[in-house]
Design a binder for this molecule. Structure first.
Ligand SMILES: [Zn+2]
Length: 137
């Protein structure tokens, strides 16, 4: 996820906060701030901030580091079902790779993505970390 400074500035709201789009026509919810509903195409949508809490539904270990990323290897990327019912993919941090489990309750946290930008920009974004009270399925 390497964006130019102007690109990053334009989308920073979606990177720093988990914004959901709720359709007022069909009632479905999708992740990210969108001008139209993903499911029915309606433009009657409202944007809401997610609570940022969810459950790990699936995950995989990552052994490949993207250029300039802050990823520590091996890492974990998970499909997280948010409390609002939608799924999002994100890195899980703050826990050993072998300790990540399906059913683990996680919360979104702001973390550094990239810090070796040639223009000195440090990019931040959302990742997930285990919530204190974890449960298993
Ligand atoms: Zn809709």
């Amino acid at each position: 996820m390497k964006l130019s400074v102007p690109q990053f500035w334009r989308v920073k709201e979606s990177l720093y906060e988990m914004i959901l789009t709720r359709c007022l026509t069909c009632g479905r919810v999708s992740v990210f701030k969108r001008p139209v509903c993903l499911y029915c195409g309606s433009t009657k949508v409202v944007h809401e901030k997610s609570q940022g809490v969810g459950v790990v539904e699936s995950f995989t270990k990552v052994y490949y580091k993207q250029d300039s990323s802050e990823d520590r290897l091996p890492g974990t990327v998970a499909v997280v079902r948010l409390s609002e019912g939608v799924k999002i993919v994100g890195e899980v941090v703050g826990v050993k790779v072998d300790e990540v489990r399906e059913g683990m309750v996680v919360e979104a946290v702001l973390r550094r993505y990239i810090s070796d930008d040639p223009y000195g920009v440090i990019y931040y974004g959302l990742k997930f970390k285990p919530l204190k009270q974890n449960s298993t399925r």
